[in-house]
Design a protein around this ligand. Structure first.
Ligand SMILES: *Cc1c(COP(=O)(O)O)cnc(C)c1O
Length: 397
């Protein structure tokens, strides 16, 4: 067997803290490593594999489209791109779509769109207010937008034009609003930042404030969208509508694809003002169209709500059972479990050994974001493994 850990060390930039396992195959909610060991996957490629691994619907769409037409340029009309756009518009409160290849590209594009709006309608306003603890991506501008010093500090000086304010604090947001503000950009649930839920009333207050000031509300639903939080989009749970919405992760169940959606009044890009070579290509768009159609036809959002409740209740049971477990929080199939001390690395490694993949969120918290097709049996199995692991840690400590 090749030593992939050594090969990575020699050839790959050391940007990722990886666990000592090399995955070679996946089906449904199961993955296998190069020694043939099997794992139950509650990470799903960081909330990407919405239909699990190698779902027949995705495999069929990719193979069929790959044999038909993979890429043209955006100088021509292509069918999958337009079918995907129509599907997204018909199933959301937004009116127009622009396709890209990743989450970062979607949020970066959304900020460009908001700046165009500022130039056209707000006397040149350009600043975007975002939340502390947020995550909007890895380009310099999106690092500046993301309110986390660990992502910002290594890359100063950062692009200007962003104000990071406390999440769930409407007064802080109001105080940061100036005549230069063109938009507010928020995640309904901060995923990477700790699975921090927006308070029930907060997003409504933000919506009202944006309307009052005539500025745009961008919701970054790259992680929360496409069924994950128990409805097609998390904004539905909160009873508000954004002017601009960004999507990516779960859209293609593993195929790289993202999108910016906007209401008509906020759809202000003109010809040549934004673009992408790969964005909107037939292969990625056909995969996304197939995935989203399948999610809608099988009401997997509803299933995610049910499975999310089951998972949340199971995790709450662990909070009751173990002194080392502090709390659980989440929405739908985006859940976190926090500990009294910094044992997350140990929990993740012990779970790995027991054949369960969970995500280390922080030194003292882990995250669960399984595929939307996860079953009750699989969740019970995962909870059993977690219970075994926590029991061993509790007795040892
Ligand atoms: C993952 C994520 C991004 C960045 O997406 P990439 O595809 O990694 O560029 C942006 N915003 C949110 C909320 C995310 O979860």
């Amino acid at each position: 067997m090749e030593n992939w850990i050594g090969i990575e060390k020699e050839y790959y930039m050391p940007t990722f803290k990886r666990f000592p396992v090399t995955l070679v195959k996946g089906r449904g909610n199961t993955v296998w490593d190069d020694s043939g060991k099997e794992y139950l996957d509650l990470v799903a490629g960081w909330a990407v594999n919405s239909l699990g691994h190698c779902h027949p619907v995705v495999v069929e769409a990719v193979c069929r489209q790959a044999a038909e037409l993979i890429h043209t340029s955006n100088s021509y009309y292509t069918v999958p791109q337009l079918e995907l756009a129509r599907l997204l518009v018909e199933n959301s409160c937004l009116d127009k779509v622009f396709c890209c290849n990743s989450g970062t590209e979607a949020t970066e594009g959304a900020v460009k769109l908001a700046r165009r709006y500022g130039h056209k309608h707000l006397g040149g306003a350009y600043e975007v207010i975002t939340a502390l603890g947020s995550f909007h991506g890895r380009t310099l501008a999106m690092v500046s937008a993301s309110g986390q010093t660990k992502h910002q500090q290594p890359y100063t000086p950062l692009p200007s034009g962003f104000a990071n304010v406390e999440f769930n604090n409407i007064d802080a947001l109001k105080a940061a609003t100036t005549e230069n503000t063109c938009a507010v950009m928020l995640e309904p649930v901060q995923g990477e930042g700790g699975v921090n839920l927006a308070d029930a009333g907060y997003l409504k207050q933000v919506r009202r404030w944006c309307d009052e000031k005539g500025i745009l509300l961008i919701l970054d639903e790259i992680q929360t969208g496409i069924g994950r939080c128990g409805s097609m989009f998390a904004y539905e749970v909160y009873g508000i509508e954004p002017d601009i919405l960004t999507l990516a992760k779960g859209m293609g169940s593993g195929i790289a694809v993202g999108a910016i959606l906007a209401k008509n009044h906020a759809s202000v890009f003109g010809v040549g003002e934004h673009g992408s070579t790969f964005g909107g290509n037939p292969l990625a768009c056909e995969a996304a169209r197939a995935v989203i159609s399948y999610i809608i036809q099988n009401d997997l959002s509803r299933h995610a709500a049910d499975m999310g409740k089951l998972l949340h209740d199971g995790l709450a049971g662990l909070v009751e059972e173990f002194d080392c477990v502090k709390a659980t929080k989440g929405l739908g199939l985006l859940q976190a479990l926090s500990f009294e001390t910094e044992i997350a690395d140990k929990v993740v490694l012990d779970c790995l050994r027991e054949g369960l993949l969970v995500n280390r969120l922080k030194p003292d918290a882990v995250r669960f974001m399984p595929a939307l097709i996860i079953t009750p049996d699989e969740l019970y199995r995962a909870l059993d493994i977690l219970r075994r692991v926590l029991k061993a840690i509790q007795y040892a400590g």
